[in-house]
Each structure stands twice: as C-alpha cells, then as structure tokens.
Design a protein around this ligand. Structure first.
Ligand code: BG6
Length: 489
C-alpha cells in the first residue's frame, strides 16, 4: 500500500460544502497522520483559478481545531503544498481527460487510487460521473465516488439517479454519504446496544413506551432557501438523517460488523415500517418574529424563496415498525429550523413500573415519572439515564436524578467532525457508514406517498415564530399516542 498513491478529487471545489467541510476534514486527517503516505488533493470546478488561488481559498477555511495550543501553520503549509486545481466543465470529457493527464504526472507510475468527491448540485452528478469514469478513472488501482444528498426527490427520481450512476459505476464504487452516520454518538449506538448486557434485553415493545428522534436548529435557511424550497425539512432531515438513526436504533443484531451484514439489518427494519399517513404528520413553517428589539426573518422573507411557498421548515411525524420487536411502539420524529435551540438527540421513554411500591413518594407531578434514556448527539455529546432516586435523609421522598456520561468530562480528546470519519472510511474502502442503494430505496418508499399527498393537497404548514418551540400541532400529535416530547417537558 505504501507504494500506491491516492488522489482525492473534489469536484465542485469552490462550493460551500467543500470549503466548510471537505477541505478542513482532509486537513484534520492529514494532521492526525491518517492520510496515505502518497496523497494528492485536486480541486475541480468551473471557475478559472490557479493552484495558488485554490490554496488561498482553502487556507482561509483551515483552523487548528485539533490542537488549539499548537501553532500548526507548518502543517498547513505542507498540506496546502499537496493541493492542486484543475478548471473544467462538468460535462466535458476533454476537461476530465486533461485532469487525467495531470493526475498521471503526480502518480509517477505508482498504483493509483482515485476518490472523486461530488460536491456539486445533483443535476450534474451523472455528467460528472460519466466523465470521471470514462476519462479519468484509475488504470491500475481503485476508483471510488462519494455522492451526497439530495439523492432525488422521491422514489422515482431517486431510482433514476441510481440507475444513471450504475451505468458507469459498480455499487461498490459508490459511497453515498449521510453525514449523521459519521457522528460519534450515532456510531456509538451499536456499541451501546450490543456490547452492554443491560440495554438489549430492554430494547423492545415490552419495556419501551416510545422513541423520539429530535433535530432542531436555531437558525433558518439563511441563503440556502433556493435549495431548501425544492426539498423541505422532510427530505432534508427526516428521510435521511433521522431515519438512519432510527434504523440503527431499531435493527436486529447484525451477523457481524461487516458492512453488508449491518446494512442488511438496516434495510430489513426500514422495509418493516408502515407507510406514513397524513394524519400522523404535522408540518410547520417559521414566520417573522420580533423579540428583544430584534426582528428575525420569516422563511418567505428569504429572497430566494417564493412568497407563497408551502415548503415545511418543521415537521413532526409518528412512525411504526411492523415487526415482533416494535409492534405498536410510536417512533416520533421532529425536525425543525429556526427553533429555540440547536440539538440532535434520541430519547427513549420506558414503560411504567408495574405495581410501583413508591407511588406517592414522588412529588405529585412526578408520580408517573418513568425512566428515560437520552443520547445527545450534539451539541455537548452525552448519554444519560433518568432514574427515580431517594432524596438522602430520614424521610422517604424520591426525586428524578440522572446517571450521566458527559463526553466533555469523561474524554479529553476532541470529537472528530463526521466528515473526517467518512472520508477516512471511503479512502480505506470501509462501507459500513455509507448508504446502500436498497436502503435508499426503502427510505424513499416510506416517505414518497406522504410527500406526494402533502404537495397535491397543498397542505398549508402551521406558522410558528422564529426562535420559538415550533407548532403546537406537534404536541397534539404526540398526545394522540399518549406521549410527551421529552425535550420540552
Ligand atoms: C444537512 C442539511 O444535511 O444537515 C442542513 O441539508 C442541515 O439543512 C445540516 O443544516 C445539519 O447538519 P449538522 O451536522 O450541522 O447537524
């Protein structure tokens, strides 16, 4: 392996994702000495730029996040020295052929591996893949392609995209990113479940009353309205990030940690899910709000959003898995922009203790307090379990206490960004955290009829103020299943 070269080609190098996530993640990997010995990075985009221009753009986005005490400018220089640029059109075979010639010079006859990262709008995926595969793929090593959502807007468009990609690539060459799978606490879900004796026996309808998957952001679409309006929060967050977490949470134990075994279990659980019904969904859209002398814009105040847009920026949904383990357990999802805080978490609410001897020993409103396990994916990563506990003293009074694994207190090392893990895995050919085409298919099957119905019936979203707690409709939805949102109680 040390005598092979690896080139990472960032197609769409001048875009936002490349600047904010991909180059900084590559630098972090370089800093941690995780990149292969002989590696080169190529930016490819339409703008006419030199290598120096690209280095300047990347240089501005790199931070010494890894070790703040150290001055890592020397490492940065070394890294930037390995970054190059090639200007070209995504639909031009010739431009990719020229790129190929440049890459060959860097590879100096070694076995060459090439990883293309398509950081571009989806309408050029197929062109870029076709040209990369026909004119710039490796002759003697591997060629892999990373793609990131949107993978279509519904079952049909997604299937068409998959078919298009598969004309030029084998499934093993396609790495579909869902960056939530690269988040530390999402990866840890399986460790928690399958390497501790105490959770797995409780992990079913017998002990779990409901599961909540919550995503919120305290900012709006801010300049991304053009993209967002075409997709909405259900496609942007639920159909992928939250559903992936759900699949990992609810799947059966895989045969082994092999990528195919894990993904087989995820597909199975997705296929066991009931199609979403309109009455089990609430949608919302944030509106302008003035607070403390500040005015926060509404969604349709965004210049790139049509004034009469019905696109949801918030959604709550209740899903069910029709299998022996989960029959009847509500899986509640909630995702929204422009809410009061930024967080992503999983809440597992357990059933009541039958014949509880201590009924009445809790404060009256706590009489029904049940155990709740919270996995806080971000920010301030933590896993904690709410339990009932005796208040120390001579009396017998109970209160709600918490067994808390707080990452910042327990681990001194900073948690890597999701893109670092995912890029490293793609370079190493580890597919566990990438979405297989049948998983994608199953995910779309679940949401497509609902999305069509919402759009055909022109269902109006409930308006909620920017920075608030979201539409009240979400409470009624939960209440219908006798559930209270854990993050608000
Ligand atoms: C992206 C969505 O997939 O995830 C964005 O398109 C969202 O709308 C982002 O803001 C959230 O990611 P993170 O890692 O910041 O929680």
């Amino acid at each position: 392996e040390s005598e092979s070269t690896t080139t990472i080609i960032v197609v769409g190098a001048s875009g936002d994702l490349a600047k904010k996530k991909i180059f900084p993640a590559l630098f972090a990997l370089f800093y941690e000495e995780c990149l292969p010995k002989h590696f080169t990075i190529f930016g490819f985009a339409r703008s006419k730029m030199t290598d120096a221009d690209l280095r300047c753009i990347i240089g501005r986005t790199l931070t010494c996040r890894i070790d703040k005490r150290q001055n890592c400018s020397e490492k940065m220089e070394q890294f930037l020295g390995r970054c190059f640029y090639h200007a070209g059109q995504y639909n031009s075979e010739d431009d990719f052929a020229e790129l190929h010639e440049k890459l060959k010079k860097h590879e100096v006859g070694r076995i060459s591996n090439r990883l293309f990262y398509l950081s571009t709008p989806p309408d050029i995926f197929i062109d870029a893949v076709k040209n990369a595969s026909n004119s710039a793929s490796s002759a003697n090593g591997w060629t892999r392609v990373i793609v990131e959502k949107p993978f279509g807007r519904d079952s049909d468009s997604s299937a068409a995209l998959t078919k298009g990609l598969k004309q030029y690539l084998k499934e093993e060459q396609i790495f579909r990113i869902d960056h939530y799978l690269g988040k530390e606490l999402v990866e840890n879900l399986s460790v928690l479940r399958f390497s501790n004796l105490i959770f797995e026996p409780l992990w079913s309808r017998q002990y779990i009353r409901n599961v909540q998957l919550i995503f919120s952001e305290d900012f709006g679409t801010e300049g991304r309205g053009g993209y967002f309006d075409n997709y909405g929060i259900i496609r942007d967050i639920m159909q992928n990030h939250l559903l992936q977490i759900l699949a990992l949470f609810a799947m059966e134990a895989p045969v082994s940690l092999d990528a195919e075994h894990i993904r087989n279990e995820k597909v199975k659980v997705l296929r066991s899910m009931k199609l979403l019904k309109l009455e089990d969904v609430v949608i919302g859209q944030y509106k302008r709000h003035t607070r403390g002398g500040m005015t926060y814009p509404g969604y349709t105040d965004d210049k790139t959003v049509p004034k009469n847009s019905l696109t949801p920026t918030f959604a709550a949904a209740c899903l069910f898995i029709d299998n022996a383990r989960w029959d009847g357990v509500p899986f509640l999802m909630k995702a929204g922009k422009a809410l009061c805080n930024r967080r992503a978490e999983i809440r597992v609410q357990f059933r009541h203790v039958p014949g509880n001897l201590y009924k009445g020993s809790l404060g009256t409103d706590l009489d029904l307090a049940t155990n709740e396990l919270v996995i806080r994916v971000q920010p301030d990563e933590a896993i904690y379990l709410k339990i009932n506990n005796k208040i120390p003293g001579l009396g017998m009074r109970l209160d709600r206490s918490t067994l808390n694994l707080h990452y910042a207190a327990r681990y001194s090392k900073e948690i890597p960004d999701a893109y670092e893990r995912l890029l490293l895995d793609a370079i190493e050919g580890e597919r566990r955290l990438f979405i297989r085409s049948d998983e994608l298919d199953a995910a779309w099957r679940l949401f497509t009829p609902l999305l069509k119905e919402l759009e055909e019936k022109k269902i109006a979203p409930e308006l909620y103020p920017y920075g608030g707690r979201g539409p009240v409709g979400a409470h009624y939805l939960a209440a219908k299943y006798n559930v209270r949102w854990g993050d608000l109680s």
